[in-house]
Design a protein around this ligand. Sequence first.
Ligand code: TMP
Length: 202
Amino acid sequence: MKGKFITFEGSEGCGKSTQSRMLFDYLKVKGKKVIYLREPGGVKVSELIREILLNPKNKISPEAETLLYMAARAQVVEEIIRPALLAGKIVVCDRFMDSTIAYQGYGLGVDIKLIKSIGNFATQGINPDLTIFLDLPVVSGLKYRHSCKDRIEQRSIGYHEKVRRGYLALARKEPRRIKIVKVEENKVRTQAKVREIVNALC
Ligand code: TMP
């Protein structure tokens, strides 16, 4: 792949969407060919799957949940991510495979080897070149969340703690790809740390 694939990860309320958008704007101003996506979503079918996944009225088993996240991912990879990377663009994506390992694997207990194997199929073997994990204590993150919580946000603090511990374990296993950025009160200071890491890549 000629392009670069940068993903953002983190637990609820860590400011991931703000930080990834700020990076996207920065790279655009630098004259880079860059596209921005969020997961699950980014294309019509994946946005429809997102609605199913996040609607608190839906009862979804851990297995079905895992497969729905993967289906959303498979579609956005095929329609947008793969062509963009082949064309040499930078793809900035708000969440990717590590989310499934953290939320469904570490969080819900779905077999992580199985997630990786289905994930490899869904992504056609595409992996991020760089992943920024924005780390914030779970309680601080959840307090920024609105009162109307989605199906995943509604889960217990214990669940979200497992997700965070999962991310930290992933970062320990893959320190070259996954960089931990501690979230600061000031979003500009957090972004400065993100840019320093990204500038070394592109
Ligand atoms: P967002 O709030 O960051 O847009 O993400 C939507 C929710 O989906 C968030 O609670 C994390 C969750 N999620 C998973 O549980 N597994 C996944 O694979 C992905 C991509 C997201």
